[in-house]
Design a binder for this molecule. Sequence first.
Ligand code: URA
Length: 210
Amino acid sequence: MHEHLTVVTHPLVQHKLTLMRDKDTSTKSFRQLLREISQLLAYEITREMEMTTRRIETPLREMDAPVIDGKKLALISILRAGNGLLDGVLELIPAARVGFVGLYRDEKTLQPVQYYYKVPSELENRLTIALDPMLATGNSSAAAIDLLKKSGAKNIRFMCLLAAPEGIARMRQAHPDVPIVTAAVDERLNEHGYIVPGLGDAGDRMFGTK
Ligand code: URA
């Protein structure tokens, strides 16, 4: 994947995203739509995985058939909203290894602080896909990717549902080697750090909190 930013403009993705943005969409529908979109984004983000062939026998003859090369990929959920993307992607790639990164923002320093970190072994040999639906300031995403690189990850991609220009710029500056796949790039961040027009708080909407 050579582009730093890929916007998945497929009509199914765009239609589902519009339903998710609507403030009257229920928690149940929001979660279901996120699951569906995550699979379409996963289809795009895995497009250039390394392939090899395996000798198999069909009922008619032998053939060298294509299979994905290398170690199982790693999906990294950035808590808590990343879990909403994780469920759908795991349905599509059930053998993937899974990690979790928990960060909160220190009220005084405004810097991300780690409260949970558990990732699969041998990240250096795995395609590593970080999942977070909302790329807002990009500070926590950039910090999460710093941690993954410290754990050895070399081939990292970032999947989100919505991105703000500010978050894309932050990621481009901090991690130009990490391609971003998103369903849309919105206008801007507001003074509270929410993406506008956005869809509100993704975690609250998918888990029914607040
Ligand atoms: N996180 C969210 O859930 N929503 C935003 O708009 C920005 C960050």
